[in-house]
Design a protein. Structure first.
Length: 211
């Protein structure tokens, strides 16, 4: 009769094998780590804030009314609101318009009024009468009364009323003045003599030039 092997070593081996085959215990994640990861993911998913657009520049209101005001060639001059100046030199030759150095503008309101304006660069000229003589038409204009000499806006101004041979506008006036290195001359034809002087005063009241 054979002798049985001892039971204890065999039982120990079985328990060892069972222990090695049993599933390993899974470690529980740290809740703080999970929360931190969730917060990081949420923050990463938030779209970046839209940058504030720069302020939109708006034009500032002009210091003076532009109604009845002509500004070009570095000077401004008043005129009746219902009229506009045109570049006479450009109508003669589009390639040779008025410039800072010299120019010729006109404005008309048929049959009530015709205004002319000329200028010429003439440094160191204090007497503007030569340009007054230039704007007067020897064939149509006749000065009446004595030549008036005035100081307006620190400018030497000469002025004379005139009559014309144009039957629709038989009255008028012409003036000239210096501003900076230029000389300006202005002339108007109107149906009534009493409107002439106020028109000249209106033109000079709003006159400025770049000096």
């Amino acid at each position: 009769m054979k002798k049985r092997p001892p039971l204890l070593p065999t039982l120990s081996l079985i328990l060892f094998l069972l222990a090695s085959c049993s599933p390993k215990k899974i470690a529980t994640p740290d809740p703080n780590i999970l929360i931190s990861q969730a917060v990081s993911a949420t923050l990463a998913a938030i779209p970046p804030a839209t940058s504030v657009p720069p302020p939109t520049p708006y034009p500032t209101p002009t210091a003076v009314s532009l109604t009845g005001l002509y500004c070009e060639y570095q000077f401004c001059i008043g005129h009746p609101a219902g009229m506009a100046f045109y570049d006479h030199l450009a109508t003669i030759d589009l390639a040779a318009p008025s410039t800072y150095n010299k120019g010729f503008l006109y404005s008309y309101q048929i049959p009530n009024m015709i205004i002319s304006l000329i200028w010429l660069q003439a440094p160191d000229t204090s007497d503007p009468k030569f340009l007054l003589d230039t704007i007067l038409d020897d064939q149509a204009d006749s000065p009446t009364g004595s030549l008036e000499v005035k100081l307006i806006h620190d400018m030497n101004v000469v002025y004379t009323p005139i009559t014309t041979t144009i039957s629709e506008v038989p009255f008028g006036g012409a003036g000239a003045w210096t501003c900076g290195d230029r000389v300006f001359a202005w002339k108007v034809y109107t149906p009534q003599s009493e409107t002439v002087s106020p028109l000249f005063e209106e033109a000079l009241a709003r006159f400025t030039c770049g000096q």
